[in-house]
Each structure stands twice: as structure tokens, then as C-alpha cells.
Design a protein around this ligand. Structure first.
Ligand SMILES: Cc1cc2nc3c(=O)[nH]c(=O)nc-3n(C[C@H](O)[C@H](O)[C@H](O)COP(=O)(O)OP(=O)(O)OC[C@H]3O[C@@H](n4cnc5c(N)ncnc54)[C@H](O)[C@@H]3O)c2cc1C
Length: 439
């Protein structure tokens, strides 16, 4: 039994992006870190189009933009394009002013090949001496609101004074254990995606949508993850996908059928005979109270933000950075200071609510989108999202006043989106026919 007992400074559950980033920060600060991940060689990872705040967070982990490009782990993302089924195109490019003082925001960001990114992060992780254990946590032991240890499927017992839960959306170990309350946004959604070889990768993310104004938006992404490889995915409400599956369509049929609606994909579909699609389902939500006396929740286990926001990677890296700083600062205390954990929770909560509520109220739901058009709805969502992300990166709200003011601004913007949605809904009492959704 003693052979199976491991004692360490910090236990990180999950070796996805959030878990690896947390483990690297903590190991660099001089702590002994155990990171438990059942599938370190995973071949399916999603989350490839990054927002403008992500490159600095990757740089802090030892992966500057230039290296990611040179090593063919990433491609440049210089804009987002929305391509409508009727041929209309809208471009979203960060304003030049964001690149000037006082913002000094890098106007380029990245698309990443997540398998290669994972390999690069694993090397850094191991270089810093993190003990990466290939196993699955099967039991979390607690004494009141404190976590005392974890047990793994292979019978290991791991004990430490501090714990980070980075177990992802599906597992969400601590939120389940402590029954943390959650805010949910939109319906359960399904994403179906595959990879295609192209001669001409574009330096931007393209989103393909239906111009006819369906009641609830479904969409296709095109993300160039390497020079000649694009990821193409379809996101739709789970209910709509279930109906298609009941009609006998496979995941591949559904993806191909959607892609065929856009001329860009015709030659790709002709050139690639066998398409094998990956499928995942998710529900956008964020938990509150995601920090306890000796534990914190990070990444998708804490908050799942909609893929259309391209903010999941940034959120995961920010949570990792902030939670590891909290542990470093509190290491010699018996518990995390109450205010520090309350403020961490508030920042994670308000950012996720802002992004999820904004994208649902302004883009996914029909009232605003149909009242002002998809292009302008994109602006209404994108401009505050870019600005708040840039402000977060520059100001790094931490203390009571900074966090309070920042979260108040997020809440005001979120309420504004809801009021705008309500006004547009009242102005157009009739929603478009639901039949359009499944068409
Ligand atoms: C369809 C889709 C598209 C997306 N697109 C984008 C995008 O374009 N841009 C963007 O920024 N974000 C995107 N995201 C979000 C992004 O992928 C994630 O936010 C990011 O990968 C962070 O993940 P994570 O580390 O929190 O969780 P995960 O990557 O899920 O990692 C959790 C890890 O925990 C491990 N684990 C689970 N249970 C246990 C257990 N019991 N014991 C030990 N380990 C366990 C799992 O094996 C896994 O490796 C997308 C998400 C989805 C669903």
C-alpha cells in the first residue's frame, strides 16, 4: 500500500491545456507537482482558433508566437471572416488603434494544431520535473470543504496540501463533488469536425452561416491549423443533430451535407474520398464557488464558453495562471484567503457569463441578428468582446477594486445585450419558422 502512496506539494487533476499550464507555472515556482492524466497521447483535441489574448499567455509558458509558427505548431490568425450562404461576406479585423499605446495589443493571433501544442507543452512540463502520472482519478477524498487526497483507478493514493481540478467539461470532478451551482447558456450543442488538405490556407478563421435568419444559429468553422491543413467543423443544437441521426444520417453525412452548402468546400469534398468525423457535445455553463480552502477549479471544469467566442483557450490559460499564483502566494498558509478565492471565482464567473450571454443573445438567438443583420450583430458582439479581453490582459484585475470595477463593466455589457435582445424581440413579435433550423 505504501508504494502506492505519493505525497507532493500540489496535485493537478487532468493534463489538458488548463492542467498542463497550471502544472508548469507551479513547477517553475519551485513546487513538487503531480499531474494525473489518463490519456497523455490523446489524438483528438479541439479548440484551434485562439483569440487575441492567448499568444501572451502561451509565451508565459515558454511558447512564443514566433516559435509556434516556426515549428509548424500554429498559423497566423489575422482576422475572422463570416461567410453567408447567400455569398455575403463580413470581415472582423481588430482596429489599428488597439495596436497603439496604451493598448499595445498584438494585432495577430494564432490557430493551433492542438496535438502538436500538447506535445510542446508536455516537453516543457517534463523539463520542469512535473510528475505526469498516466491514470484516472476515481475518487476524491474530502474532510468538510477541504480536499485531502485522490485515489486513481490503478490504486494510487495521492496526498497534497493543494489541489487543482482541471478535469474538463465532461468530468468536472470538484464541481460535482461539491455540487457547485452553475449558470447555463443556450441549448446543449453538438460539434462534428474533420480535417482537409488544402493548397491555400488562409490567415484567418472563417465562419459559415445561413443568411436566412434561422431562429437559432448553426454554423460551420474553417480553421487553418497548419500550412496545408484545415479543420472544418459544424456546430448545431443537439436536438437538431438528434433528428438528423434519427433520419439515418451518420456524423460524416451531416458534416458533408452542411459543407456542400458553401462553394468553398466542393473541391475539398471531391478531393477527399474518405472523411472520418470527430463528434463532441457540450453545454455552455459556468460554475460559481470554484475555489475552496485548498483547491481551485480551472479550464472547462470551471467554465465552458461557446466555441464561437474563441475564448476557451484564453480562459483555460488565464485560470491556470491565476490559480497557480494564488497557491504560490498562499502556500505557507493553512488555507486560501477568503477574499482571494472569492475574487478568483468572480472573475471566472463574470468573464464566462459575459462571453456566453453575449454570443447567445446577439448571435445565436434570432431577435438581434434578424433586426440588424448578421454583419452588424457580429460587430455588436465582437467589439465589446475584443475590448474587454484586451483590458483584462492589460489591467490584470486582481484586487477588490480592480475585480469589482471590471466585473461591474462586464455585467453592464451583459445586461445591455439582454435588453437589446428583448427590445428586438418585442419589435418583431414573430420568430422565424423553426422549420428553417433543421433545413
Ligand atoms: C467543439 C469545441 C470547439 C472549441 N473551439 C475552440 C476554439 O476555437 N478556440 C478556443 O479558444 N477554445 C475552443 N474550445 C474550448 C477549448 O477546447 C478548451 O477550453 C480548452 O481546450 C481547455 O480545456 P481544458 O484543459 O479545461 O479541458 P480538456 O482539454 O478537456 O482537458 C481535461 C483533461 O482532464 C482529463 N481528465 C478527465 N477526467 C479525469 C479524471 N477523472 N482523472 C484525471 N484526468 C481526467 C481528460 O483526459 C483531459 O485530458 C472549443 C471547445 C469545443 C467543445
Amino acid at each position: 500500500m505504501q508504494d502506492n502512496l505519493i505525497r507532493t506539494n500540489v496535485t493537478v487533476i487532468g493534463g489538458g491545456l488548463a492542467g498542463m499550464a497550471s502544472a508548469i507555472h507551479l513547477a517553475r515556482a519551485g513546487f513538487q507537482v503531480v499531474c494525473i492524466e489518463p490519456a497523455p497521447e490523446k489524438s483528438i483535441i479541439v479548440g484551434e482558433s485562439l483569440d487575441w489574448s492567448a499568444p501572451d499567455l502561451l509565451r508565459a509558458l515558454g511558447l512564443p508566437m514566433e516559435r509556434l509558427i516556426a515549428d509548424d505548431i500554429a498559423t497566423y490568425k489575422k482576422h475572422v471572416t463570416v461567410q453567408m450562404q447567400d455569398g455575403c461576406v463580413h470581415h472582423y479585423v481588430p482596429g489599428e488603434w488597439l495596436g497603439r499605446p496604451p493598448w499595445n495589443v498584438e494585432l495577430r493571433t494564432l490557430h493551433v494544431d492542438r496535438i502538436q501544442l500538447r506535445k510542446a507543452l508536455s516537453e516543457i512540463l517534463l523539463h520542469h520535473g512535473v510528475n505526469l502520472i498516466q491514470d484516472r482519478v476515481s475518487e476524491v477524498e474530502r474532510a468538510g470543504s477541504k480536499v485531502t487526497g485522490v485515489k486513481t483507478e490503478s490504486g494510487k493514493q495521492i496526498e497534497s496540501p493543494w489541489f487543482i481540478d482541471a478535469s474538463g467539461f465532461a468530468a468536472s470532478l470538484f464541481p460535482r463533488l461539491f455540487r457547485l451551482p452553475a449558470y447555463e447558456y443556450g441549448p446543449r450543442k453538438v460539434a462534428i469536425w474533420s480535417y482537409f488538405t488544402v493548397p491555400d490556407a488562409i490567415e484567418g478563421t472563417t465562419l459559415y452561416m445561413d443568411a436566412d435568419g434561422p431562429p437559432y444559429m448553426d454554423w460551420v468553422w474553417e480553421i487553418p491549423i497548419r500550412r496545408n491543413t484545415i479543420s472544418v467543423g459544424y456546430v448545431a443544437p443537439g436536438e437538431a443533430i438528434r433528428e438528423m441521426r434519427q433520419r439515418g444520417q451518420s456524423a460524416e453525412d451531416i458534416l458533408i451535407e452542411r459543407m456542400r452548402r458553401f462553394a468553398r468546400f466542393e473541391p475539398l469534398l471531391r478531393a477527399q474520398e474518405n472523411i472520418s468525423a470527430q463528434v463532441t457535445s457540450f453545454r455552455c455553463r459556468v460554475h460559481s464557488r470554484i475555489a475552496g480552502p485548498n483547491w481551485l477549479v480551472v479550464g472547462e471544469a470551471a467554465s465552458m464558453v461557446d466555441p464561437m467566442t474563441s475564448n476557451g483557450v484564453t480562459a483555460a490559460l488565464r485560470h491556470a495562471d491565476e490559480s497557480s499564483r494564488l497557491i504560490v502566494r498562499s502556500f505557507h498558509r493553512p488555507r486560501l484567503p477568503y477574499f482571494a478565492r472569492a475574487l478568483y471565482t468572480r472573475r471566472v464567473l463574470e468573464m464566462a457569463r459575459f462571453f456566453n450571454s453575449g454570443i447567445e443573445k446577439v448571435v445565436y438567438e434570432w431577435p438581434v441578428r434578424n433586426a440588424i443583420g448578421v454583419g452588424k450583430a457580429g460587430d455588436v458582439y465582437t467589439i465589446p468582446a475584443w475590448v474587454m479581453n484586451a483590458v483584462y490582459s492589460r489591467v490584470r484585475p486582481r484586487g477588490l477594486i480592480g475585480t469589482g470595477l471590471f466585473c461591474l463593466s462586464l455585467a453592464l455589457l451583459r445586461w445591455s445585450a439582454s435588453v437589446f435582445n428583448w427590445l428586438c424581440r418585442r419589435g418583431r413579435q414573430l420568430a422565424p419558422s423553426p422549420a428553417v433550423v433543421a433545413s
